[in-house]
Design a protein around this ligand. Sequence first.
Ligand code: NAP
Ligand code: ZN
Ligand code: ZN
Length: 352
Amino acid sequence: MNPSNVAVRSYAAYDSKSELKAFQFERRNPGAFDVQIDILYCGVCHSDLHFIKGDWGKITYPLVPGHEIVGKVEQVGTEVKKFKVGDVVGVGCLVDSCRTCPSCKEGLEQYCETGMTMTYGSAASNEPTGITHGGYSTKIVVDENYLLRIPSTIPLKNAAPLLCAGITTYSPLRYWKVGSGDRIGVVGLGGLGHMAVKLARAMGAEVTVFSTSENKRNDAMKLGAHHFVVSNDRVEMEKRQTSLTLIIDTVSASHDYNLYLGLLKREGTMVLLGLPEPTVVAAVPLVFKRRSLAGSLIGGIRETQEMLDFCAKHEIAADVEVIPMQEINKAYERMLKGDVHYRFVIDLQSLK
Ligand code: NAP
Ligand code: ZN
Ligand code: ZN
């Protein structure tokens, strides 16, 4: 043990099948450009579950998930210019990138051509464990250039999910220039879906939620949706053919994209955000109306700050259910059933 390293308590996955359990480890001693953060809240993203189950490939265990982190700065390196002790900061899905490739230079670090360093599960030679570990933990050390400033008007527990669910839905809405007059579909009302509804509504769009859960109808309307459709209701689906300009698909499990493509107007786009198993896509609905099927990955640091400021201006934040760390395995079970209202957020006080 190096006495200048940072001792951390956390919960980690020890293999792809067992429940998460307590894990103690060390993070790097903060360098000149690093900020050491005392973590207050961390959101629970469906990607955490995909990742630790090995859905996206083999990983190294033990692994601490969590990439929706809000905390307080408790120490800064000698060269840190942007943050000071006591500031409230956020850490999202990435903590480093090459900084020199065209994507990094454009502020699109998530598409870094040599691969971003993810907040958890990336190789990191500067970390004592050799890999990055996420926010289901008491402290984290991050380079100041990959930190976000949390606007003071957003309650901290409600701000945490903005660092992934918020930016992942904001980025495609901005890229496809959503505004008033647009008719947007949101497929799946979970963590990402509920943020897509709030953000698209704030941008002036007319929003329709497509859900498998009839019992989310009232919530969808309260969140700001104009219409709610249960996706296996054939009559309602038929009525809405060729009506939408953009669809944001946030579904976490395999499903039939073809069911939704016909809802798009000519030249409309369906953006996939969920990352389930591959599905067959039919050419006909794309070809006959020059529609597009696209994807989008989180967002860069600059755009994430823009999203946080947008949320503060429009008084938007995530709807959360706060849990102690010890309830994470129960929360995962509920997430797998689509029973999230609408983001679990861990209170890290429960580990201190
Ligand atoms: P979540 O909170 O669990 O929400 C997913 C929603 O999908 C559920 O609430 C449910 O909504 C719907 N759903 C679940 N199983 C379904 C099924 N078998 N058929 C149809 N609908 C189903 O998950 P999340 O955290 O929002 O994440 C959603 C997906 O996005 C995950 O795959 C995650 O890994 C991915 N993700 C991608 C990015 C990116 O950068 N692209 C970033 C973060 C997360 P209803 O009850 O309304 O049907
Ligand atoms: Zn996420
Ligand atoms: Zn790069």
